[in-house]
Design a protein around this ligand. Structure first.
Ligand SMILES: *[C@@H]1O[C@H](CO)[C@@H](O)[C@H](O)[C@H]1NC(C)=O
Ligand SMILES: *[C@@H]1O[C@H](CO)[C@@H](O)[C@H](O)[C@H]1NC(C)=O
Ligand SMILES: *[C@@H]1O[C@H](CO)[C@@H](O)[C@H](O)[C@H]1NC(C)=O
Ligand SMILES: *[C@@H]1O[C@H](CO)[C@@H](O)[C@H](O)[C@H]1NC(C)=O
Ligand SMILES: *[C@@H]1O[C@H](CO)[C@@H](O)[C@H](O)[C@H]1NC(C)=O
Ligand SMILES: *[C@@H]1O[C@H](CO)[C@@H](O)[C@H](O)[C@H]1NC(C)=O
Ligand SMILES: *[C@@H]1O[C@H](CO)[C@@H](O)[C@H](O)[C@H]1NC(C)=O
Ligand SMILES: *[C@@H]1O[C@H](CO)[C@@H](O)[C@H](O)[C@H]1NC(C)=O
Length: 423
C-alpha cells in the first residue's frame, strides 16, 4: 500500500480495474478502498440519481477540480473541504480504514472526514443529498453536519454551524436564534445582519439548540426544544407549490442569504426570498472604498469620486483605490463631500466609530485625525457622526439616504459626474 500511495497514478489505475462495477451501480453503498478522480466521469449517486458526488471544474480556476455533491441538473449543494481544489491527478478516496480524503496530485491530503479507524464500513449518497459514512448499524459522519454554503430540504442547520462564502459567514445565534451575517477579513469582523423572527415567541427565551430548516413546502423555519411551535422565518414566494424540485438555502457570494427552488434537471435556481432586502447594506459588497447604488433595479458598484479608480476595472465589486495615496499628496488633503451617502457602520465598529457631533465637526475631526479615511454625518435627527478609522470601508449612496459623507482625498477633490437622469 505504501508503494502505491507514492505513485497515485498507479493507485488510480488499480482502483479503476478493481472497482469499476461498484462505481457504476447507482445508489449502491460505496465500499472501502473506492476512489473518485477528476479525469474519469465517474460519480457516486443517490438511489434515484437525485444527487451525485463527482468532480466539477473549480469556479475560480477551471484547470482545477472540486469534489461536489450536485442536484440533478448540476446545482452544487456541498463540496469536500469547503471547495478545496485539486489538480487532475488528485482524487477523493475512501481509505481501507474508513477515512474519506481529498488528495491533491502531489499526494497532499487537503481535507479529511477524520473518521479513520472508527468503524466506517461504507459511504453512500442518500436521496436527500446527504453523504454518509456508516458502519453496519449507524451513521458515523454526514455531510449535513458540515455544510459549505448550502442547506437543502431535510437538512438541519443548527447553531454552531457556519455557512461560508468568500469573506462572508452565516450562522444562527445559539441563544436568541437570530440569523446573523458577518463579513470577516483578517482580524476585522463586521456583523451587517442580525435579526430575530417572531420575537414575541423567541424573545423572552434562551434557546437550547435553534435549528434552521427549509421545509418541502417552501417555509423557512426555526425550531428549538424551548419553542412550542416552529417560528416562521420566511415564506418562499412560491410557497406551497409542489413539483419535482429542490428547495434550498444558500449564502451567496454577494453576502446575501437566500431561499431558492430549482426544478429537477435544471442548472438554474430561482430566488424566492432574500434575508437582506437591500443588497447595498451588505458590508463589503462593492469592496474596499467601493460605493453601492442602484441603477433602477440592480445594485451597482462605483467609486466615491474621480480621485479614485476601480481596483479591477473588469470587476467593480473588487473596490476602489486612490489615484494618489494620502501620504503622497503633493499639497494638503481635503474632505470631499458626498451627498446622500453613508459609510456603513455596524457592530463592533459602531461602538468605536460613533460620535455625537454636527456636520462640520464630523468633517473636520476626520480631516485632522490621521487614521480617519472618511466620515458620515447622519441628518436623521440623531446627531450621529461616524468617523471611519478602519482599513476597509464600504459605502452606500441613494437619494433616499438622509446622510452626508466626506472622503479624505488629496486636494483638490474631484466629484463624480452627476448621474445620468433616470427615466
Ligand atoms: C425513487 O423513485 C421511485 C419512483 O419515482 C419512488 O417510488 C421511490 O420511492 C424513490 N426512492 C427514493 C429512495 O426516494
Ligand atoms: C493542488 O495542486 C495544484 C497543482 O498541482 C495546485 O495548483 C493547487 O494549489 C493545489 N491545491 C492546494 C489546495 O494546495
Ligand atoms: C433533523 O432534526 C430532526 C429533529 O431533531 C431529526 O429527527 C432528524 O433526524 C434530523 N435530520 C438529520 C438529517 O440529521
Ligand atoms: C464559525 O465561525 C466562527 C467565526 O464567525 C468561528 O469562531 C467558529 O469556530 C466557526 N465554527 C465552525 C464549526 O466552523
Ligand atoms: C436579535 O435580533 C433583534 C432584531 O430582530 C435584536 O433587537 C436583538 O438584539 C438580537 N439579539 C441578539 C442576541 O443579538
Ligand atoms: C409568533 O409566535 C406565536 C407563538 O408561537 C404565534 O402564536 C404567532 O402566530 C406567531 N406570529 C407569526 C407572525 O408567525
Ligand atoms: C443595471 O445593472 C444591471 C447589472 O449590471 C444590468 O443588467 C441592467 O441592465 C442595468 N439596468 C439599467 C437600467 O441600467
Ligand atoms: C489646502 O490647499 C488649498 C489650496 O492651496 C487651500 O485652498 C485649502 O484651504 C487648503 N486646506 C487646508 C485644510 O489647509
Amino acid at each position: 500500500m505504501r508503494t502505491l500511495q507514492q505513485h497515485p497514478g498507479d493507485l488510480a489505475l488499480l482502483c479503476c480495474l478493481l472497482l469499476l462495477p461498484p462505481l457504476l451501480s447507482h445508489g449502491a453503498d460505496i465500499p472501502l478502498g473506492s476512489t473518485l478522480s477528476p479525469g474519469r466521469s465517474a460519480s457516486w449517486t443517490s438511489p434515484n440519481n437525485t444527487f451525485s458526488l463527482s468532480f466539477t471544474p473549480s469556479p475560480t480556476s477551471p484547470s482545477l477540480f472540486v469534489a461536489a455533491i450536485t442536484y440533478a441538473g448540476g446545482i452544487p449543494v456541498w463540496s469536500a473541504g469547503a471547495g478545496a481544489a485539486i489538480d487532475s491527478r488528485g482524487s477523493l478516496r475512501l481509505t481501507p480504514n474508513g477515512d474519506l480524503q481529498l488528495v491533491n496530485g502531489s499526494g497532499a491530503v487537503l481535507w479529511s472526514s477524520n473518521t479513520g479507524g472508527q468503524g466506517v464500513a461504507a459511504a453512500a449518497v442518500q436521496e436527500s443529498g446527504n453523504l454518509v459514512l456508516k458502519s453496519s448499524t449507524a451513521i458515523l459522519w454526514q455531510s449535513f453536519d458540515h455544510p459549505t454554503d448550502t442547506v437543502v430540504m431535510s437538512q438541519n442547520f443548527t447553531s454552531g454551524m457556519n455557512l461560508t462564502s468568500g469573506p462572508y459567514v452565516f450562522a444562527v445565534d445559539k441563544n436568541s436564534g437570530n440569523l446573523t451575517l458577518k463579513w470577516t477579513s483578517g482580524s476585522n469582523t463586521v456583523t451587517y445582519f442580525n435579526k430575530g423572527y417572531n420575537t414575541s415567541s423567541t424573545g423572552s427565551k434562551t434557546l437550547s439548540l435553534p435549528t434552521l430548516t427549509m421545509q418541502t413546502n417552501g417555509i423557512v423555519s426555526l425550531t428549538d426544544g424551548q419553542l412550542a411551535s416552529p417560528v416562521v422565518v420566511a415564506y418562499s414566494s412560491n410557497y406551497g407549490e409542489s413539483g419535482d424540485m429542490m428547495r434550498f438555502l444558500r449564502l451567496d457570494a454577494d453576502g446575501n442569504f437566500r431561499a431558492y427552488s430549482a426544478a429537477r434537471g435544471s442548472d438554474a435556481a430561482t430566488d424566492q426570498w432574500s434575508a437582506v432586502a437591500d443588497q447595498c447594506q451588505v458590508f463589503g459588497y462593492c469592496g474596499n472604498m467601493g460605493v453601492c447604488s442602484y441603477n433602477g433595479t440592480s445594485p451597482v458598484c462605483g467609486c466615491p469620486s474621480r480621485n479614485f479608480e476601480l481596483s479591477n476595472p473588469s470587476n467593480p465589486r473588487q473596490g476602489c483605490k486612490r489615484k494618489v495615496d494620502l501620504q503622497n499628496c503633493p499639497g494638503n488633503s481635503t474632505m470631499l463631500q458626498l451627498d446622500n451617502t453613508q459609510f456603513l457602520t455596524y457592530p463592533p465598529e459602531a461602538i468605536t466609530e460613533t460620535f455625537y457631533t454636527g456636520i462640520t465637526a464630523c468633517r473636520l475631526n476626520c480631516l485632522f485625525a490621521s487614521s480617519c479615511v472618511a466620515s458620515t454625518a447622519l441628518s436623521d435627527g440623531s446627531g450621529l457622526c461616524f468617523l471611519k478609522i478602519s482599513s476597509f470601508v464600504s459605502a452606500y449612496q441613494s437619494a433616499a439616504l438622509p446622510s452626508t459623507s466626506f472622503v479624505k482625498v488629496c486636494f483638490p477633490g474631484i466629484p463624480n459626474p452627476p448621474p445620468s437622469p433616470s427615466r
